[in-house]
Design a protein around this ligand. Structure first.
Ligand SMILES: Cc1ncc(C[n+]2csc(CCOP(=O)(O)OP(=O)(O)O)c2C)c(N)n1
Length: 367
């Protein structure tokens, strides 16, 4: 293992003065380390944006690198092929290897991408190297030396990072000091609309929803980060007689913020979009999102939602849910939530297979 400061310092020594990315727990250390240095790390909403930020820096003459989870490769492949490779911009990208080498040791949403990651990069003729958990500074320096040759040839190499290859660092506290506990917010929301179909975003939100409010009408969307509201829209348009609640996260909503405009435009009267805004990517270790400087209610109203509210107490959330239930939507309710304390409940897929989740959700929609 290489320590987070050593990882960042070796890159800084080589002139990499800017990083961007979307967190994976594998990169919790470097992101925390860089976040303590103003201007060193740009938290991106999605992996494609992170790569484009690095591409802009490269165009401007600055060396930049990107860190992402391999589940985000799909978000990045378009700017990789059509921007970075087409304009031959020298960028170094680090991707974690969730679901690799043995998908059975990881969550089901990584089972396809894990083993596919190296071949996917091969298929677009992108050079890649692997940093293993047992590797140290020397091995990392050797990988960087090879990557330098690619960069000099105007290519964009990847380093695939095995779990445990980079050490941790203390995260900077970005979460709010006041607000509701996420599990409590989910209890209040689901109790207000017991008949609703509920779509829960990936990460801790789905785990909390499964723990405190499991029902056959809940769809736990592990993976597909940022797409819970779009899935909820599809359900809402297909079942206009059913209230549909989306439980979103701030990081997930920001990842595909354009969905707000699509939902506002489609205007499903039966959709209630709840954002649990804890200002961080808590599920990957608490790295800051950019929600502190974005107003979700204002964005939703500007995008055509029928109403939008911000809540930070049980009572205001309860009354926002009552108002949303009483009038046609789409409604957005942004809830300030606190960092979770204590043990995080298990994933829905520890008890139910993805196909079980699908089948019981579909059955519930037919009733
Ligand atoms: C495309 C993609 N990129 C990155 C990840 C890794 N990831 C899983 S959960 C998560 C954080 C989600 O943050 P947020 O929506 O704010 O919810 P919280 O974890 O705070 O509950 C991230 C980055 C992912 N699953 N998919």
């Amino acid at each position: 293992m290489i320590s987070a400061p050593d990882f960042c310092d070796l890159l800084a020594d080589r002139g990499f003065s800017l990083a961007s990315g979307v967190p994976c727990s594998h990169f919790g250390g470097p992101i925390a380390h860089l976040s303590n240095r103003p201007g060193a790390y740009v938290p991106a909403p999605n992996e494609g944006s992170a790569l484009a930020v690095a591409a802009g820096a490269a165009l401007g003459g600055r060396r930049a690198y990107v860190m992402l989870q391999n589940s985000g490769l799909g978000n990045l492949i378009n700017p990789l092929t059509s921007l970075v490779m087409t304009y031959r911009l020298p960028i170094l990208t680090f991707t974690s290897l969730r679901g690799w080498p043995d998908p059975a040791t990881d969550e089901p949403q990584h089972a396809v991408m894990g083993p596919a990651t190296p071949g996917l990069l091969d298929s677009v003729d992108t050079p890649h190297y692997t940093l293993y958990a047992e590797d140290g500074t020397e091995e990392f320096a050797a990988i960087l030396a090879k990557a330098e040759q690619d960069l000099a040839a105007q290519r964009a190499p990847f380093v695939l990072v095995e779990r445990g290859a980079i050490g941790k660092a203390a995260a900077t506290g970005a979460a709010p000091a006041e607000g509701l506990e996420a599990a409590e917010a989910i209890r209040v929301v689901t109790a207000a609309v017991p008949e609703a179909a509920v779509v829960a975003t990936t990460g801790y939100t789905g785990r909390d929803a499964f723990a405190v409010a499991d029902a056959p009408g809940n769809f736990y969307m592990q993976g597909s980060m940022g797409h819970a509201s779009s899935l909820g829209l599809g359900v809402a348009l297909t079942h206009p007689e059913r209230t549909v609640v989306v439980l979103d996260g701030d990081g997930a909503l920001l990842m595909h913020l354009g969905a707000l405009s699509m939902i506002g435009h489609a205007a499903p009267g039966n959709l209630i979009h709840v954002v649990l805004d804890n200002r961080v990517h808590e599920s990957t270790g608490g790295q800051a999102t950019t929600s502190a400087t974005t107003s979700f209610p204002q964005a939703a109203l500007a995008a055509g939602y029928a109403s939008a509210a911000a809540c930070d107490t049980r009572d205001t959330l309860r009354s926002a849910m009552e108002s949303a239930r009483a009038a046609p939507g789409p409604h957005l309710i942004s809830v300030t939530t606190l960092p979770r304390t204590g043990a995080i409940p298990p994933r829905a897929t520890n008890a139910l297979s993805p196909l079980d989740i699908r089948d019981r959700f579909q059955d519930s929609l037919q009733q």
